[in-house]
Design a protein around this ligand. Structure first.
Ligand SMILES: O=C(O)[C@H](O)[C@H](O)[C@@H](O)CO
Ligand SMILES: [Mg+2]
Length: 398
């Protein structure tokens, strides 16, 4: 079997979106004041460079007609350019079963400018498509090629609860508690730029959600790179009483020493990894005890080949892996490793931040039932197909 073609198409959502509101989610741009010189770049909405309203879909086809599906959400137009110009020539004519060779070929050929960020995300998309091909070619789901079924079904946590009106957040938490979720991730809305008022608002939001879900359910707290070490050192002790299962991405991904300091500071485990890349990136995080939960995303980190290696590395360090996002490219890794206890789960929703856009492009992701997900032992490959019902809302660029 040989790879005959690689097709990367950019799906840009043109349908309605939920407008940005208030202090929706603390993020890395909060600390950068808006000097109004270029409204487009920053503007009032500091989340605007962290919205995923565009996704690149990759189809790798073999000479015997098997088509593997891959995807990339980080800088999708740039990822397409990297796939078209640099990566496709490296995999055409190659045997997809040589997936380690092909992953190394793409990773090493792009070392001069790749290694992190969109270079790795582009490699991930092709690698994921290759694994879809492998599963389809032997009639097995990808998780059966990675280690098989380690769970009867996958526990998942409800992930949304962006900072809106506290009553709205409580109603959202109640709705999904009633649907059987036993774990919830909420977003802070405030950080160092908002002073003590923001600290009070952050604490009020955690109090409000705990009031609804109680203490026999897990609560996780998302900062999305929006704080700094000084601010986190002030607020973490105040958050301990809410017993969060983890506090996520308090600082930017490059501040590994900051992560390590905060991870030892209180009883609250610090999580991260959705903005880290490659086996070596995670070795650094583990060696420096920077995180207590690893959260790579398989469509960023270097694909299934790379994620599978990181799963083994994290197991050796006894650090659990709970990948960023749900989505099939992550679910197969979680199902096949005892060191991946649960999955993130985004609800199907009007297009807002864009995590939910995956549901508008692909069919096949399992719906959560009573806080659990199930994968089908008899569905070959990733188990995904391309949706047609929302095509009118996308501009698709070849
Ligand atoms: O952990 C997450 O789900 C991510 O950080 C979100 O995708 C991001 O959009 C912030 O909520
Ligand atoms: Mg996150």
């Amino acid at each position: 079997m040989k790879i005959k073609s690689v097709r990367a198409r950019v799906y840009e959502w043109k349908g309605k979106t939920v407008p940005p509101q208030g202090n929706f989610c603390s993020n890395a741009m909060d600390l950068v004041y808006d000097n109004k010189a270029n409204q487009h770049a920053a503007g009032a909405d500091t989340m605007n460079t962290f919205r995923f309203h565009c996704w690149t879909v990759v189809e790798v086809e073999t000479d015997d007609g098997i088509v593997g599906l891959g995807n990339v959400a980080l800088a999708p137009r740039i990822a397409k350019a990297i796939i078209d110009e640099y990566l496709t020539p490296l995999v055409l004519g190659q045997d997809p079963w040589d997936y380690e060779y092909l992953n190394q070929r793409m990773y090493r050929a792009t070392q001069a400018w790749g290694r992190k960020g969109v270079g790795m995300a582009a490699i991930s998309a092709i690698d994921i498509a290759i694994w879809d091909i492998l599963g389809k070619s032997v009639g097995k789901p990808v998780f059966k090629l990675l280690g098989g079924r380690t769970k009867e079904k996958i526990p998942c946590y409800y992930s949304k609860l962006y900072r809106t009106d506290l009553k709205e957040m409580q109603a959202e938490a109640q709705k999904f508690k009633d649907q059987g979720f036993k774990a919830f991730k909420m977003r802070f809305g405030y950080g160092p730029a908002h002073g003590q008022l923001g600290v009070v608002e952050n604490l009020k939001s955690v109090e409000a959600v705990r009031e609804v879900i109680g203490y026999d359910n897990d609560l996780m707290l998302e900062c999305y790179m929006g704080w700094n070490v000084e601010y986190a050192k002030r607020i973490l002790p105040k958050l301990e009483k809410y017993q969060p299962r983890w506090l996520e991405e308090p600082v930017i991904a490059d501040d590994i020493d900051g992560y390590a300091e905060l991870n030892q500071l209180t009883s609250i485990p610090i999580s991260g990894g959705e903005h880290e890349f490659s086996l070596y990136g995670f070795k650094q995080l583990l060696d420096r005890k920077a995180v207590s939960v690893v959260q790579y995303d398989t469509n960023r980190v270097g694909g299934i080949t790379m994620a599978h290696k990181i799963n083994a590395l994290c197991e050796a360090y006894s650090v659990p892996v709970i990948p960023h996002a749900g989505q099939m490219h992550n679910y197969h890794l979680t199902m096949s490793s005892l060191n991946c206890p649960i999955s993130e789960y985004f609800p199907i929703f009007d297009v807002e931040v864009g995590n939910e856009l995956f549901y508008y492009i692909f069919d096949g992701d399992p719906a959560a039932e009573n806080g659990f997900l199930q994968l089908d032992d008899n569905k070959p490959g990733l188990g995904l197909s391309l949706k047609t019902e929302y095509l009118e809302h996308f501009t698709i660029t070849e």
